[in-house]
Design a protein around this ligand. Sequence first.
Ligand SMILES: [Zn+2]
Length: 252
Amino acid sequence: MLVYRLPRGLALDKPGSFCPKCRTPIGWRSNIPLVSFLLQRGRCTDCDARIHWRYPLGELLCALLALAAWVVFGASLEAMAAILVCAALVALALIDLEHGLLPDRLTLGLLWAGLAYSLAPKSSVAGMPVLLPFPAPGQAIAGAIAGYAFLWLFNRLWRIVRKRDGLGLGDCKLLAAMGAWLGLNGLPLVLAPAAVAGALTGLVIIALGRGSFSQEIPFGPFLAAGSVFALFLGPGLGLMPGLPGTPGWPGP
Ligand SMILES: [Zn+2]
């Protein structure tokens, strides 16, 4: 719903879900994530129009990431926060793929939410400093500033060398938001996989003859994927001691 409405400037609260083709309101029966899509074989019950692939893909990704949050963080406030962050990242990635933009309402909303969450007491802080994800306020603020500044500077240099933008301000805001959620120490963990995946994808597109070096590929989906990597695999790599389910966890 977010992915369809936000970039089109439509209200989020009303009307209720409707078919974009025939405008028929969608009842709860046809609005069950994934289940309705499969039962209706990917088509609207009224006008038979194909349902866009972003709906089942977004729903599937959100379900898998929610499951991952529960496995990694256990039944905790951290898991709830991770699910929220992942839902926003999925929406941002899909919007950027389709429209080439990252709406402020999502990037800045995620940024402020991350800064606010850094003030919340963490269930895993039991005499052990938690660096990332879910850092202390100082780390979160430093992460947000550094995340924005790094991509902004990168784009400035890119403009001097290539005479055009390599990134958008939306990318800067998204990395700032992830800096707030993962802390300054988490930024390399987001950027490294995002940059590698972005470069490989660019090379594959060129190798397949589908584009050239001057073609613009949205970086948002790669930043989102890097963020998910840092959020879930950081603890597993031993980079985030003291979280539930990780070796350094002091126990409930
Ligand atoms: Zn329809």
